[in-house]
Ligand binder design. Structure first.
Ligand code: FAD
Length: 386
């Protein structure tokens, strides 16, 4: 068992970190304050090729694996930035890589690799069904050579900064499906030509995260934009969800290390009662504890990513990585906030912004209770709770 990075991985980590350091905390504070999309940052990452590393070389990408992709996203968050503005492209494109036809791959992947097309949006969640994905109601009806889509989605991120959206819709109603997980299908929707059929209403949230409610009315999606097999979308999505969980775990770990670094340096230099606050066990031990939690979650993330790259079933590891990493980073967020005292609340500390950002991961893209339910029933063989 080797826990060391290769020379290439180490060089990649350094290069991503250097790029991120050209976007100082003042950049992120301003974006957060004005609720703006970090366009310049996403452009820079795209130009440098970091968002297309999973695309095979024959389509213009770097042809790297999940481990490398996770290192990139971790490094982004570790620098004080946030990868949520662009992380979806990495896991969403997996649907094209694994289930797209040759023609679809040739049509989209080179453009994504060059940065000419953005695939940053995944339209899954609906207001009524929430975490109960199989109960979604958005419906795609085949009429001639096109699907006509009607429905509603909520919390769909980056729609206004993406060219394509991976849309999940029912093609067989829930009541008529052979199994509840059947009858769902995946579509690539061209947002540039959706026009009036797609009404986008932004939702303000705790974090600066361009997220929206979508009203879909008679949206025409050409049949050739169906990804994979009709009715098998849930299963096609599952492979991508493991990727999503591993990548989100890496982002949480990046956040976690950022919080620890901030807490450690502040605890060393803040002198109260005549000595640095870090000399008090009440301050030092929670930092050490949070650090250990991050390191432990990191190991599970590396295992999950390696298994994914070896084509092994990594559902259990990917889910545990997301669960442990999001909880560890939230623990570290609280520790940093406590260590900073009142100053943690000041915008200039950056702690309050990252604190809000890290909270999101306990709930999205999958609520941790759903992961516990998966582990309880799939891994441990307990009764299904949903
Ligand atoms: C900022 C933001 C960005 C998002 N971006 C996207 C996006 O781009 N695309 C997309 O499709 N979705 C997106 N989402 C949606 C996100 O994935 C969902 O919010 C999340 O999956 C939870 O669904 P819900 O909010 O409907 O909660 P619900 O399903 O209503 O759950 C509410 C609470 O009840 C708990 N719960 C529910 N059922 C059970 C059960 N059986 N056992 C135990 N506990 C249970 C959950 O854990 C949760 O804490 C985003 C959300 C946010 C906030």
């Amino acid at each position: 068992m080797d826990f060391e990075f290769t020379e290439n991985q180490e060089a990649m980590r350094k290069a991503v970190s250097e790029l991120c350091n050209t976007f100082p905390p003042t950049y992120w504070r301003a974006k957060d304050k004005d609720r703006q999309y970090p366009e310049e940052f996403v452009d820079a990452l795209t130009k440098a090729g970091w968002l297309s590393v999973l695309i095979p070389a024959e389509y213009g990408g770097a042809g790297l694996g999940m481990l490398e992709a996770s290192i990139i996203l971790e490094e982004i968050n570790r620098s004080g930035a946030t990868a949520t503005a662009c992380h979806a492209q990495m896991y969403t494109m997996g649907a094209i890589l694994r289930h797209g036809s040759r023609e679809q791959k040739e049509r989209y992947l080179p453009g994504i690799a060059k940065g000419e097309i953005r695939l940053q949006s995944l339209g899954l969640t609906e207001p009524e069904s929430g975490s109960d994905t199989t109960r979604i109601k958005t419906f795609a009806k085949l009429e001639g050579d096109s699907y006509i889509v009607n429905g509603q989605k909520i919390f769909i991120s980056r729609v206004q900064h993406s060219d394509l959206m991976l849309l999940v819709a029912r093609t067989t109603p829930f009541e008529k499906a052979e199994k509840k997980t059947m009858g769902l299908s995946l579509f690539l929707v061209d947002l540039r030509s959706a026009g009036e059929s797609l009404k986008v209403s932004p939702i303000e949230t705790l974090v600066n995260h361009e997220t929206n409610e979508l009203q879909i009315q008679d949206l025409v999606v050409p049949r050739e934009n169906l990804l994979g097999k009709e009715g098998m979308g849930f299963y096609h999505l599952l492979d991508g969800l493991n990727a999503e969980r591993i990548l989100v775990a890496a982002e949480c770990i990046g956040d976690g290390y950022w919080f620890i670094d901030k807490a450690v340096s502040y605890a060393k230099q803040r002198v109260i009662f005549g000595r640095p606050i870090g000399e008090n066990q009440g301050v030092q031990f929670p930092i050490a504890e949070a650090y250990s939690s991050i390191r432990a979650a990191d190991l599970v993330r590396y295992k999950a990513a390696s298994m994914f790259d070896q084509g092994k079933d990594c559902g259990e590891e990917a889910n545990m990585a997301k669960l442990l990493a999001s909880e560890a980073s939230w623990e570290a967020a609280n520790v940093a906030m406590t260590t900073y005292g009142g100053y943690g609340m000041a915008v200039d500390s950056d702690v309050e912004r990252k604190f809000r950002e890290s909270r999101l991961f306990l709930t999205a893209p999958v609520a941790n209770n759903l992961i516990l339910g998966y582990l309880g029933s799939h891994t441990l063989g307990l009764q299904r709770s949903f």
